[in-house]
Design a protein around this ligand. Structure first.
Ligand code: TXA
Ligand code: MG
Length: 316
């Protein structure tokens, strides 16, 4: 299959509406979209990514009104989060509307719903013939794509089209909150921080699956290897000196250790989050064998960075 690269949201939406899989930019990471009204296109997403069929997809909507087409029994907690954080980098797990095909939700009775704020994503979703199911646009297990070039590297020849946009401004996947039960639970940390969620919903809790794979995961995707570059990841506390290996790299906020081949010192957690996955991909293309990653504390955006790092290191 020839993968079309385009800047035109109209051309990309036309392909999507004809039942094709189209990658598109969002403020978190690039998504790999198919219209939920085309179940055969949903199956193409799983094929293109090599994604296990028991891992449900997030449904992307253009406006809050569309929420009622995909979810039902929306409780007060969910309504508060929607009022505060939609559109934006937040996914809510809600009771599913029967109109959503089972192949989207992997047979669950809940559905993940997100309304992105990215202008190109919004225009694309507005032109779509309905809500758009989309996982991150990467081969399963690899780091998420934060640029169209990363999508192209992974999925050229496997999908119909890439809608080109700028590099993702957040660079980490959306925060996921389960609002389908009586009490809200954070399933995946992201740019909407736990502290910000707590301000709106003081009773929100952290799910064990956020920090451990011992318990039965509430979010099926959490049990799979994620975000892993070819290089091995070594988590480090930069206050402790390290004897670096040959062909190694460093990413973090503190200054890099002596002797690494490639280093990225970020100004703040925002830059660290934005650069992390593209740095992993750059390391792989430059033959780096070990990446030393500074482990931030689990507060604010640090919680999300820490989560991705420990998963990429296979420590979670
Ligand atoms: O920022 C993002 O969330 C990006 C952009 C494209 O929106 N999408 C993304 O999708 O990261 P994906 O498929 O790579 O990660 C979605 C995660 C998976 O771990 C999946 O298991 C979980 O969300 N998920 C989806 N639906 C769910 C549900 N009904 N209940 C629990 N977890 C769900
Ligand atoms: Mg993903």
């Amino acid at each position: 299959m020839h993968t079309i690269l385009t800047d035109s949201t109209e051309d990309a939406a036309r392909l999507l509406n004809s039942g094709e899989v189209v990658a598109f930019p969002t403020e978190t990471v690039y998504g790999l979209g198919a219209c939920i009204c085309h179940p055969e296109a949903i199956r193409k997403i799983f094929q293109a990514k090599g994604r296990p069929g028991d891992n449900p997809l997030i449904v992307h909507i253009y406006s809050v009104e569309q929420l009622y087409d995909v979810a039902s029994d929306i409780n007060e907690g969910a309504e508060k989060l929607i009022a505060r954080f939609f559109p934006g980098p937040l996914t809510l797990v809600l009771k599913k509307n029967p109109a959503v095909p089972d192949c989207v939700t992997a047979g669950l009775d809940t559905v993940g719903v997100r309304c992105p704020s990215h202008p190109v994503a919004r225009e694309f979703l507005r032109l779509a013939c309905g809500p758009v199911a989309a996982p991150s646009a990467n081969i399963s297990g690899l780091p998420s794509s934060t640029s169209w070039q990363a999508v192209f590297n992974d999925l050229d020849g496997r999908i119909a089209c890439i809608l080109k946009g700028e590099k993702s401004t957040i660079g980490l996947e959306s925060t996921i909150v389960d609002c389908s039960g009586p009490l809200p639970v954070l399933l995946r940390a992201g740019a909407i921080t736990f502290e910000a969620l707590q301000e709106v919903l003081p009773k929100i809790t952290l799910n064990n699956a956020c920090t451990s794979k011992e318990s039965a995961p509430k979010s099926p995707g959490l049990k799979y290897l994620h975000y892993a570059p070819k290089a091995s990841i070594v988590l480090c506390n930069p206050l402790e000196p390290i004897a670096v290996e040959k062909d190694s790299a460093y990413i973090g906020i503190s200054s890099p250790p002596e002797g690494v081949t490639l280093a990225k010192q970020c100004l703040n957690p925002e830059e660290y989050g934005r650069e992390l996955f593209s740095f992993f991909r750059r390391c792989d293309s430059e033959g780096i064998r070990v990446i030393y990653c500074e482990l931030p504390s689990a507060t604010g955006l640090g919680r999300a960075i820490r989560d991705r790092l420990t998963r990429a290191a296979g420590k979670n």
